[in-house]
Design a protein around this ligand. Structure first.
Ligand SMILES: [Zn+2]
Length: 422
């Protein structure tokens, strides 16, 4: 495909990105939360685009917009369906590409496939999920969990930041919470789920490549570490006699950094993002420090091994510094590996454009984590400027978007040969 063909597809994606970015709760910054009037407006626009692309449009009980292309019929794969999705909700003061690019790429790719081939031997659904970010309700991936048949009805009672229960918000949105079960796909029908998403990190830009193949959605644990020392006068207690909870915490943070650096081949990243220091006075030795540990890795085994080593380090540091320290888990998500055959499908599509298929894990969570309980998943990452995301400065070039749509077209065209027949 010539460069100008990428540009034509990319320009269309860009125009649609701009149209969706207009739909916001506030003028001047992008805020589009789940089950709000903005969500309704965006879902209507996406539904219209799906119709124009030749898809049959429906919505499920959680508001996921589905554009359906039925199979040509008759063949052995006529009962199988490729799901292509991403999300149309945003964080507060969001960029325009996170989530929306994946939905738009799905619509544009299927439209082109319909134009070239009519129906395919397998069915295709393009899905626009409504709650990936979890910015309004203290829950995420509800829409994709429902699609996977794993919706937990306890979530219906969670309350939004504006004080509305999820079930009430659904009813106000015109949905019947009793029908959420109908959103689930039959696992026999759902052959695979794929998602195009901006990388939200700097790896592709550093590598000079527009597109990359995701190996796994990273495993993740969050812990709280508490360190108890002893308060004392900052002027009178000699250094050797101190039990400084902050100095010990700093050493633990460096130990975490060392572990992550030592596991760089597994894309491990470790972060202390929040720390509270008590009593918190200039002239008092810190007595109590509480801080967070966020640890992510491509594989569960490597993450768990690093956590065990971190526990040992914490014990050794506490011992040497005569403080008490412990670590408690607050959150854990297992890695979700991307299917090797789907990865090969995307790698082939990238190679077909003359690109080098960089493999990288996703450090951020995505809808695929939930849909992965239903069927194999695959993801294609698109370079974004400076790796910046969840920020109005988020940017992906027209050409890179065009390359992503073209790669998805190539992937769909080969899906029955490369995946269903494999
Ligand atoms: Zn996203």
């Amino acid at each position: 495909m010539a460069d100008d063909a990428f540009l034509a597809l990319g320009r269309e994606a860009e125009r649609m990105i701009r149209d969706l970015a207009q739909i916001s709760a506030e003028e001047g910054r992008l805020i589009r939360l789940y089950l709000t009037p903005e969500h309704r407006h965006a879902a209507d626009l996406v539904g219209r685009w799906m119709s124009e692309a030749g898809l049959d449009v429906t919505e499920d009980a959680l508001g996921t917009v589905r554009g359906r292309l039925d199979p040509a019929g008759g063949g052995q794969n006529a009962a199988r369906r490729l799901l292509i999705g991403s999300h149309i909700d945003t964080v507060i003061d969001a960029g325009a590409y996170d989530g929306t690019l994946g939905v738009i790429a799905g619509i544009l790719a299927v439209r082109e496939v319909v134009r070239r081939h009519g129906r395919m031997p397998f069915g295709i659904d393009v899905l626009a999920f409504g709650d990936e970010e979890g910015s309004r309700f203290p829950a995420t991936l509800l829409c994709s969990e429902a699609v996977a048949g794993h919706f937990d009805s306890a979530a219906l009672a969670v309350e939004s930041v504006d004080g509305v229960r999820l079930d009430d918000a659904l009813r106000r949105y015109g949905k019947d919470p009793a029908r959420i079960g109908e959103a689930a796909y039959d696992p026999e029908e759902a052959a695979a789920y794929v998602e195009v998403h901006i990388e939200q990190g700097p790896v592709l830009e550093q590598a000079g490549e527009a597109l990359g193949v995701v190996t796994a959605i990273a495993s993740q644990s969050r812990h709280t570490v508490t360190v108890i020392g002893e308060a004392g006068h900052a002027g009178t207690v000699p250094m050797a006699l101190r039990r400084d909870a902050l100095a010990a915490s700093a050493e633990i943070a460096l130990a975490l950094e060392g572990l992550a650096l030592g596991n760089a081949d597994d894309f491990m990243v470790g972060t202390v993002g929040k720390m509270s220091v008590l009593p918190g006075a200039t002239n008092v030795i810190p007595a109590r420090v509480v801080f967070t540990v966020d640890l992510r890795s491509q594989t569960d085994a490597r993450r768990l091994e690093a956590l065990a080593r971190l526990r040992d380090e914490i014990a050794a540091i506490a011992d040497r510094r005569r403080v008490t320290a412990w670590m408690e888990r607050t959150h854990e998500v297992a890695a979700k590996p991307c299917d090797p055959t789907l990865q090969a499908g995307f790698a082939g599509a990238i190679a077909g454009q003359g690109g080098r298929a960089i493999r990288l894990p996703s450090g951020a969570g995505h809808d695929g984590q939930a849909v992965g309980a239903l069927c194999p998943i695959g993801m294609l990452f698109v370079r974004c400027r400076g790796g910046i995301s969840h920020n109005p400065a988020e940017f992906t070039s027209v050409e890179d978007m065009g390359r992503a749509v073209a790669a998805l077209i190539g992937f769909i065209e080969n899906f029955d040969r490369s995946f269903l027949a494999a």
